[in-house]
Design a protein around this ligand. Structure first.
Ligand code: HEC
Ligand code: HEC
Length: 379
């Protein structure tokens, strides 16, 4: 909870500063008051009491007690400066980040208001932990060979957002370094509409920044994301094993982390409502890795792109950065492919890479299109 400690640091500093200020102001007030009173008493009697005529202390006192008093006062002042300056310097860092934090706290609450208006929660889950049945209106006509246009009200799995910074902007240490998530929000992503004006959406730059600050504030730690991924793996592996005893770790991990972008209709597998009360249809995912938002992945495409297995593994770990070349032909990334190195172990990433390197392009092409059928049909 860095935010809380910043706030505490800020308020302690502030109290210390106020006390110091009060001491200084009161001290000065007393000093000035006493001085004026003394001056008043002397008014009109300058000649008699002229300093050089008055009773000045003798040499013994001047060079003795008095000198010592003045010196002691000097030493005391020096000590105060020596102590206060380093303390001030120590607290300076806290004061600055405190200011940053309180700024972003305002941004976070504005961001939350935008998110509520935009209904981010409806799709991404009330706790931003992802939702299986996000409602979307979808034209999936282009996914079928025999239909130009096919509009369905369907449900679509929307990814968790509390861990989005473990996948995108994985190097960002501060909010200022976030660019990929910002880009995704401005231009939309897959079936999610654009939110920024530049992408044709409703929100200006400031509002997008606020959304990013809000997401950043809601991020979970890598450890929490890893624990959640591990728990989901256990459940999913056990479930798939029931129907397919030979299922591999790589396949299950692929389903959990990659299929939503690389397998046709995979996030829509919850079913769809046909228009005009036409009933329900099942939306069945296409063959693993046949390509959706992300390109098709198979033994041919991946052997060409990453002749070295290690390059393939490290690409999955870091993902694609905007305009940074990857693979054999130095293709430029474009914010699309997330990095998984902060959530999955190297062993798990190797298992996925091995699985997708074995996917059969023939099967991906052949089992293409007749995957939509009326629920209740026996075929
Ligand atoms: C209509 C449902 C819907 C709404 C509303 C919605 N999203 Fe999304 N969002 C999705 C889906 C679905 C995806 C995944 C894209 C896909 O599968 O094609 C996604 C992807 C994302 C991603 C990329 C994450 C990743 O790992 O791929 C971010 C970031 C995001 N949404 C943020 C937001 C924010 C912030 C809001 C509110 C301003 C919002 N979304 C509103 C459905 C929605
Ligand atoms: C949010 C969507 C998304 C997810 C999730 C995703 N990818 Fe990707 N992937 C992409 C996109 C988009 C590209 C194309 C590169 C780009 O545009 O930057 C890509 C490219 C790739 C490539 C290079 C192939 C090529 O032809 O460019 C590999 C390999 C890959 N992804 C593997 C994976 C694996 C393994 C996972 C799961 C651990 C995964 N992807 C999850 C979107 C995604």
């Amino acid at each position: 909870m860095p935010e809380l400690s910043h706030m505490l640091a800020v308020s302690t500093e502030r109290s210390v500063a106020i006390v110091l200020l009060a001491v200084v102001v009161v001290g000065w007030a007393i000093y000035v008051f006493v001085n004026i009173r003394q001056a008043k008493a002397e008014a009109g009697s300058e000649i008699e009491l002229a300093p050089n005529r008055g009773n000045l202390p003798d040499d013994e006192e001047l060079e003795g007690r008095r000198l010592e008093k003045v010196q002691a006062f000097g030493v005391l002042m020096l000590l105060i400066m020596a102590l206060v300056l380093p303390v001030y310097w120590m607290l300076e860092g806290g004061r600055r980040s405190g200011a940053e934090t309180s700024f972003s706290e305002a941004a976070v609450s504005r961001g939350e208001a935008v998110a509520t208006a935009a209904e981010c929660f409806d799709c991404h889950g009330a706790d931003l932990g992802g939702a299986r049945f996000a409602p979307v209106v979808l034209d999936i006509g282009h996914q079928f060979s025999d239909k130009e246009s096919f509009v369905v009200n369907t449900t679509w799995e929307a990814p968790s957002l509390d861990d989005v910074f473990t996948r995108f902007d994985t190097d960002a240490e501060t909010l200022d370094e976030v660019s990929e998530v910002r880009q995704i929000l401005v231009y939309g992503r897959g079936v999610m509409p654009a939110w920024g004006l530049e992408g044709g959406g409703p929100y200006n730059d400031q509002q997008i920044d606020d959304l990013v600050a809000w997401l950043w504030d809601n991020r979970i730690t890598d450890e929490e994301a890893q624990a959640r991924a591990a728990a989901r793996y256990e459940t999913e592996f056990a479930a798939q094993r029931e129907t397919n005893p030979a299922v591999t770790q790589g396949e299950v991990l692929f389903d959990l982390h990659c299929a939503r972008c690389h397998t046709p209709r995979w996030p829509g597998r919850g079913g769809a409502q046909l228009p005009n009360n036409g009933g329900t249809i099942e939306v069945l995912p296409g063959p693993d890795g046949a390509g959706r938002y992300g390109p098709a992945l198979n033994s041919v495409s991946l052997q060409r792109l990453f002749p070295e297995f290690e390059d393939h593994v490290s690409f999955i770990s870091t993902g694609a950065a905007d305009n940074v070349a990857f693979g054999q032909f130095a293709r430029l990334g474009n914010y699309g492919m997330p990095g998984f190195g902060r959530v999955l172990s190297e062993r798990e990433i190797r298992a996925i890479a091995a699985y997708e390197r074995n996917l059969d392009p023939q099967r991906q092409a052949a089992v293409g299109f007749d995957l939509l059928h009326e629920a209740g049909d026996d075929e």
